[in-house]
Design a protein around this ligand. Structure first.
Ligand code: GLA
Length: 750
C-alpha cells in the first residue's frame, strides 16, 4: 500500500505486510528519508514529527544549504537521493557534468503520482506483476538551474515484503550533459554499527559469505568484469551485527542488472549510514543529449525483523513471482544429463546416444549436448561464432540427434555461447570489427576468445537471427547459454570516441535486447544461464533465464557452501546443481555418492558424468535417487527454504508452500570423532501439526530413524539420530559416514 500524507509538505508511506518505508518532502524540496523497518502506520503527517531530523545549529565545518532556520545540513540529513555538490559529501546518487563544466546538481521535488501498474522499462528488464498490477509511486524532481528532470520510481510488492526502486534522468535542457553516475537505490539510515554480509568469490568458488561490522568509513562491493561477476554478487545484506537466521533486523538488497555493479555502505562523520546500489560509475560516462533520457536498473530491498532467513524468503518469493517469467515460471524442471564432464569436446552422435540411453534407463528426462558440436570445435581455441553443426560428429545434424533422442523418450537441450568469438573462426574472419577490441592496439584474450560488440545493433540483429536459425533447426527444449570471459580493453568499434564510456552498459542493453527477442520467439525453451558457472548470476539474467548454472564446481563439499551462499538471495528454483564423478573434476575430492545426490537435490538436479563407466550397483542407486527426487521435486524446487546451522554442519529444510511436506539435509564436512550423537533440527514446519519423519535414503545405507513428532518438536527439540554420523571406527556403522557425509530426511504432515 502506498499513501500520500498531506502536511505542510507531502510525505509518502510505502507499506508491505511487515515493513514500512517513509519519506517526506522538506521545505527546501529535498526528500528526507524517515524510516525503513518494521511496519508502523502513521495516520497523518503530524505523526511524522517523531521521525524527522532536528537541528538547532549548524556544527562547524559543514555547509548550510540556505538561510532556513533551523539550518538544513545536507551532509547529515537522511536523503532519498543525493546529487552532491551542495554540501553532501557522502556517496552521491548521481554525478553530472553540465555543459559549462560544473558538477553541482540540486534536484528538488516537483510532483508525485501514485498508480496501480508496473509499466515495463524502456531499455532494461525489471520486476513485473501478473496483469501488470503493482503499486507504483513516481516522484519527479527538477534541478531548477539546469532544467534536468529526475524521476524516482518506487514499487511495492506486498506479497513478498519487498520494495523496489529505479530512476530515470531526462534531459529537458538545451545542452548535452555527461552522466558519470546514475544509481538505482539510496537508503540513508539514522544509525551506524551495522553488520554487512556480502557474497564474493571467483570461478569454482562462487558465493563465499563474509560478514563485517562497519564502524566508520566506507565498504564497497562491486564488479568490474563487465558482468555481474563471481567476484562480488550484487546481493548483500545489512543487519544488526547480532542478527541470526531467525532473529534480528536485516535488510537485503539486490540489483536487476547483469553488468558492472556498485554497492557501497558508508558511515558519515555523524554516525548515519548510507547504502547505495547501481551501475558501477567506474568507467561509465553517458552523453545525454537534449530530449533524451537514461534509465537506471531497478534495485530491490527487503526488510525483515526475522534475521537472514526472513530476508532470504522474501527475496525468494520476489524472484519466483516477479522476476522469473514465461512458461517455465512455475513449471517443474526436468532432471537432465549434461555431456560436458562425461566427454568434453570428444563425442559423436553414437557416443552421445549411448550416454543418453544410459541416462534414460536411470530416469533422466532431458539430454543436453554441451560445447563441441559446431564448426571445427575440438578444443576451446577455435570456432566460437560458427554456429553450424559439425557433420563429422553429428551426421544427421541437430535434427537427426534430437529425433533419435525423442525416440528414446528424451528431450533435447543444446549449449551455445553466442556472445563470444574465437579469432580462429569464420565469423571473425568475416567481421573482425564485430569483436570488442581497440583498433591498432593489442587485445588481451580470455579463454582464447573475445566478446562480440553487443553495443552494435548489427551484431544484436545477427545474433537474434543466427540463434533463431539454430533453435528452430531441431526440436530443442532447453538451451544452456554460456558466457566464458570477462571484459578487457573495453571498446566498441561501433561507437564514436566520445561515447566509449557507454560501451559496457550498451553491451548489457544489447544482451537484454537479444534475450528479449529470442525468449519471445522460443517461449517453450527452458533457458539456463551460465558464465563459467556463476560469473553472471543476477536478477537481470533471471528475467530471461529461469535458471542459472551455479558453479563449474560440482564437488559436494564446495557445493554446500556455494549453494548455501546463493540461498541468501536466490531461491532453489533457479540453481542448477549436478551430480558428477569422483574424484571430482575440480577439487579431486572423493565424496560419497549419496552426499553428491543430497546436495544436488537441493536445487535443480542434473547429472554430469560418464554413466557408461559406472557399475550396476551405482547405477541402481542413481535410479532410485532420481525417482525419489521426482516424487519430491515440487518441494525441492519450489519449497520455502530454511537454513539451520552452518559451519562444520550444514542444516537445510525445504518446505512445501502448504507446509504439508518437507525435505531436510544434514551435511557434515569433517567427522568429529567420538561425539556420539547428533541431531537434525527442521525449519519452517507448522508447530502444531504432526509429521511423519523418515530417512530419505533410497538405498537403505543408513539405520532407520523414522519417527512421529509435532512440527514444534522437530524444530525445537530436533531428532536424535542413529549413531554413525559421528562416533569412532570401533563402531561398524561409522564406516559409512566418514568425512563429507550427509543425510536426507523426508517429513509428511499427518
Ligand atoms: C563453461 C561452462 C561449462 C561448460 C564449458 C564448455 O566452462 O561453465 O559448464 O559448458 O564452458 O566449454
Amino acid at each position: 500500500m502506498i499513501r500520500r500524507l498531506e502536511g505542510e509538505t507531502p510525505a509518502f508511506a510505502l507499506h508491505t505486510a511487515g515493513s514500512s518505508y517513509l519519506f517526506r518532502v522538506l521545505p527546501s524540496g529535498h526528500l528526507e528519508q524517515l524510516y525503513y523497518g518494521r511496519r508502523i502506520d502513521p495516520e497523518g503527517a503530524e505523526e511524522l514529527a517523531s521521525l524527522t531530523e532536528k537541528r538547532s545549529f549548524e556544527p562547524g565545518g559543514v555547509i548550510r544549504y540556505d538561510d532556513a532556520d533551523p539550518p538544513l545540513v545536507l551532509e547529515d540529513t537522511c536523503l532519498e537521493m543525493s546529487s552532491g555538490g551542495r554540501g553532501d559529501i557522502r556517496e552521491p546518487f548521481l554525478e553530472l557534468v553540465h555543459p559549462d563544466g560544473s558538477r553541482s546538481s540540486d534536484f528538488l521535488f516537483e510532483t508525485a503520482e501514485i498508480t496501480a501498474e508496473k509499466p515495463p522499462f524502456r531499455t532494461l528488464p525489471g520486476a513485473y506483476a501478473e496483469e501488470g498490477r503493482a503499486e507504483h509511486l513516481c516522484v519527479t524532481l527538477r534541478d531548477r538551474a539546469c532544467g534536468l528532470r529526475l524521476e524516482l520510481h518506487y514499487y511495492v510488492w506486498p506479497d513478498c515484503d519487498c520494495i523496489s526502486r529505479s530512476a530515470r534522468l531526462l534531459n529537458d535542457s538545451a545542452g548535452t550533459v555527461e552522466v558519470e553516475r546514475l544509481l538505482s537505490l539510496q537508503l540513508d539510515l539514522p544509525d551506524s554499527g551495522y553488520g554487512v554480509t556480502c557474497f564474493h568469490g571467483a570461478w569454482v568458488r562462487e558465493m563465499d559469505r563474509d560478514t563485517l561490522t562497519l564502524p566508520a568509513g566506507k565498504f564497497v562491493m562491486e564488479s568490474r568484469t563487465g558482468s555481474s561477476s563471481s567476484r562480488m554478487n550484487p546481493f548483500f545484506l545489512l543487519h544488526d551485527p547480532l542478527a541470526t537466521e531467525e532473529r534480528g533486523d536485516a535488510w537485503g538488497f539486490n540489483l536487476i542488472y547483469s553488468g558492472n555493479h556498485y554497492e557501497a555502505v558508508e558511515v558519515n562523520a555523524f554516525g548515519k549510514t548510507r547504502v547505495v546500489t547501481g551501475i558501477n560509475p567506474q568507467g561509465f560516462r553517458w552523453l545525454l543529449e537534449p530530449g533524451e533520457s537514461l534509465e537506471a536498473p531497478e534495485a530491490v530491498m527487503a526488510f525483515s525483523p526475522e534475521g537472514f532467513g526472513g530476508v532470504s524468503r522474501s527475496m525468494h518469493r520476489f524472484v519466483r513471482e516477479h522476476i522469473v517469467r514465461g512458461e517455465w515460471k512455475h513449471r517443474p524442471r526436468p532432471v537432465l544429463l549434461n555431456s560436458w564432464e562425461a566427454s568434453f569436446f570428444d563425442f559423436n552422435e553414437e557416443s552421445l546416444l549411448a550416454l543418453a540411453g544410459e541416462g534414460k534407463r536411470l530416469g533422466i528426462e532431458l539430454f543436453v549436448m554441451d560445447d563441441g558440436w559446431f564448426g571445427e570445435r575440438r578444443d576451446d581455441s577455435r570456432s566460437l561464432g560458427d554456429w553450424d553443426v559439425n557433420l563429422q560428429k553429428l551426421p544427421g545434424g541437430l535434427k537427426g540427434l534430437s529425433d533419435r533422442l525423442r525416440a528414446l523418450g528424451l528431450d533435447f537441450g543444446l549449449w551455445v555461447e553466442p556472445e563470444m568469438v574465437n579469432v580462429r573462426s569464420r565469423l571473425y574472419e568475416a567481421h573482425p570489427d564485430w569483436a570488442m577490441a581497440i583498433p591498432g592496439k593489442p587485445h588481451s584474450e580470455g579463454r582464447k576468445q573475445r566478446l562480440l560488440d553487443l553495443a552494435n545493433p548489427a551484431v544484436q540483429e545477427y545474433l537474434i537471427e543466427k540463434m533463431t536459425e539454430v533453435f528452430s533447426s531441431a526440436d530443442i527444449r532447453y538451451v544452456k547459454w554460456d558466457f566464458n570471459r570477462i571484459f578487457s580493453d573495453v571498446f566498441s568499434p561501433s561507437l564514436p570516441p566520445e561515447r566509449q564510456g557507454e560501451t559496457a552498459h550498451r553491451y548489457v542493453l544489447g544482451f537484454y535486447r537479444v534475450m528479449e527477442a529470442i525468449t519471445a520467439r522460443f517461449p517453450h525453451i527452458l533457458f539456463e544461464g551460465c558464465a563459467s558457472g556463476g560469473n553472471r548470476f543476477d536478477l537481470g539474467g533471471l528475467c530471461y533465464f529461469p535458471q542459472i548454472w551455479a558453479s563449474d564446481n560440482t564437488d559436494a563439499v564446495s557445493r554446500v557452501r556455494i549453494q548455501e551462499g546463493y540461498s541468501f538471495g536466490y531461491p532453489l528454483s533457479v540453481l542448477g546443481a549436478h551430480v558428477s564423478a569422483v574424484p571430482n573434476h575440480q577439487t579431486l575430492r572423493q565424496t560419497p555418492e549419496d552426499t553428491r545426490f543430497h546436495v544436488a537435490a537441493f536445487g535443480l538436479l542434473g547429472y554430469e558424468l560418464d554413466l557408461r563407466r559406472l557399475g550396476e550397483e551405482e547405477k541402481a542407486a542413481m535410479a532410485r535417487e532420481i525417482a525419489l527426487y521426482k516424487a519430491w521435486r515440487e518441494v525441492f524446487q519450489f519449497g520455502e527454504f530454511y537454513r539451520g546451522r552452518s559451519g562444520n554442519l550444514h542444516e537445510w529444510t525445504c518446505v512445501s508452500p502448504d507446509r504439508s511436506r518437507a525435505a531436510g539435509l544434514l551435511f557434515q564436512e569433517l567427522m568429529r570423532p567420538n561425539t556420539q550423537s547428533e541431531r537434525y533440527f527442521a525449519g519452517g514446519l507448522e508447530p502444531e501439526s504432526r509429521y511423519r519423519f523418515r530417512s530419505g535414503d533410497p538405498c537403505g545405507l543408513h539405520e532407520r530413524e523414522d519417527t512421529l513428532a509435532s512440527g514444534a518438536s522437530l524444530m525445537s527439540a530436533g531428532v536424535k539420530l542413529a549413531p554413525g554420523f559421528s562416533g569412532t571406527g570401533r563402531d561398524e556403522t561409522v564406516r559409512l559416514f566418514l568425512d563429507f557425509s550427509s543425510r536426507l530426511y523426508l517429513m509428511e504432515k499427518i
